[in-house]
Design a protein around this ligand. Sequence first.
Ligand SMILES: [Zn+2]
Length: 132
Amino acid sequence: MTTATAKPAKIPLPSTQDILVKNPPYERMPIAEQDQARILDLVSGVFTVDCFCPKCKQNSTFSSYEKGSKNTTHRGENSQLQMLTSLIGGGNWANDCDFTITMYCSRVSDHKLVVYVAIRDKCLIKVGQYAS
Ligand SMILES: [Zn+2]
């Protein structure tokens, strides 16, 4: 047992799959400085996750890009990305902020999952999600 030390072990940021799909809402996930790139990937949409699609009524792959879209520039959340980038650039990494992540079903791009994420006290918190 090595848990008796005064300093708690760093809890690694969960995988993107866990953050967006598996973990329950309102769980506080501590963000370390080395997690910056992960947070940027999340916000800028560099990920795919496997998730149950309520419209397909079966598991599907979701990504932040619409199926068939040739434009690889992220759509929609650029202002959020700029906001986060400026936070990091200003040395105020992980200030409190809110952002949304839109994921598209790989089968039908009209199937969307929207995940609301907040950063509070240097913790990432999933505050809600809905299918549309
Ligand atoms: Zn679907």
